[in-house]
Design a protein around this ligand. Structure first.
Ligand SMILES: [Zn+2]
Ligand SMILES: [Zn+2]
Ligand SMILES: [Zn+2]
Length: 298
């Protein structure tokens, strides 16, 4: 995209006569040879795209006509001769709704009666606003954050302009400090360590004593109850193994349950899982004019 000042050299103040050759500033010439229109859309709306990607609402033009040729387009409208930029979003009627198409203007002619004719091509900077990959939050490897191709505030303005539609995608948990992607593990509620383990306990049925398995050791392959002194205990018949409470090897905290612990992959913040910040992933949808339909003759 260029700012309009750069396009001034391409502006032709000549009557639009098919077959004419008009001199441009410098040595360039433009051949206005008759071209066969592939498609013509009446009742189009034109919105210039500012360099920061926002719509220039003050220059919205309605009732325009977009003609698609092989290798180029022509836009006819009554309105400002100079849009702020050469990047335009054009909304054309498509059935019940409007379809968006990006146009990059190369040259502007003014005809009598205030009618402006702008020649250009499909695509350009404005097309980035319509690309699905720029409209869907994606995890960026550099930031480890879900980011859109444009700031959400910018895309929201295109929603209000009638070009984009918001799409709810998902809900994800992110770092409470930097909003980047964390990992989660079950760990110590007190210090966040994942170096936790269980004690192995033995439950002696006969006397109902429950104690550390190591306290039942009574020689090679023999187990004895430290409370009632019964010997030669047989697993299943005399006792069962029981999983004891969790114990943290770092801070010696003990509890019957572990807790989810988050660890940010970007800023290394360690935090209780329930403190994770939850964000909604919202994307945008552009109803684009089917490029194939544009290129095929009606
Ligand atoms: Zn701990
Ligand atoms: Zn016992
Ligand atoms: Zn972080």
């Amino acid at each position: 995209m260029r700012l309009y000042d750069d396009v001034i050299d391409g502006i032709l103040d000549v009557p639009a006569t098919d077959g004419a050759t008009a001199a441009l500033a410098g040595n360039a010439t433009i051949h206005l040879a008759p071209r066969r229109a592939l498609h013509r859309y009446e009742g189009a709306t034109v919105l210039p795209v500012a360099p920061d990607g926002t719509p220039v609402e003050s220059q919205r033009v309605t009732g325009a006509a977009l003609t698609v040729y092989e290798g180029g387009v022509t836009l006819e409208y009554t309105g400002p001769r100079n849009f702020l930029t050469s990047a335009l979003i054009v909304l054309v009627p498509a059935g019940e709704q409007f379809a968006a198409v990006a146009v990059e203007v190369n040259a502007v002619r003014r005809r009598s009666g205030g009618l402006v004719t702008a020649d250009g091509t499909l695509g350009g900077f404005a097309d980035e606003l319509l690309q699905p990959e720029r409209l869907t939050p994606t995890l960026r490897p550099e930031t480890l954050r879900f980011e859109l191709g444009f700031p959400a505030e910018t895309l929201d303005r295109w929603v209000r302009a009638g070009v984009l539609r918001p799409v709810w995608l998902d809900r994800v948990q992110v770092c409470p400090r930097c909003r980047a992607l964390p990992t989660f593990r079950q760990g110590c509620k007190s210090c966040g360590s994942a170096r936790v383990g269980n004690d192995r306990l033995i439950h002696h049925f006969a006397c109902a004593h429950v104690g550390q398995a190591r306290d039942f050791a009574a020689g090679p392959n023999d187990l004895a109850c430290p409370k009632c002194r019964a010997r030669h205990l047989v697993v299943g018949a005399d006792f069962e193994y029981v999983v004891g409470p969790y114990r943290c090897h770092d801070c010696h905290w003990s509890d019957t349950e572990l807790s989810p612990v988050g660890h940010c992959l970007r800023c290394s913040l360690r935090f209780p899982g329930e403190q994770a910040h939850e964000i909604e992933l919202k994307g945008y949808h552009a109803h684009r004019l089917d490029a194939l339909a544009v290129r095929q003759a009606p």
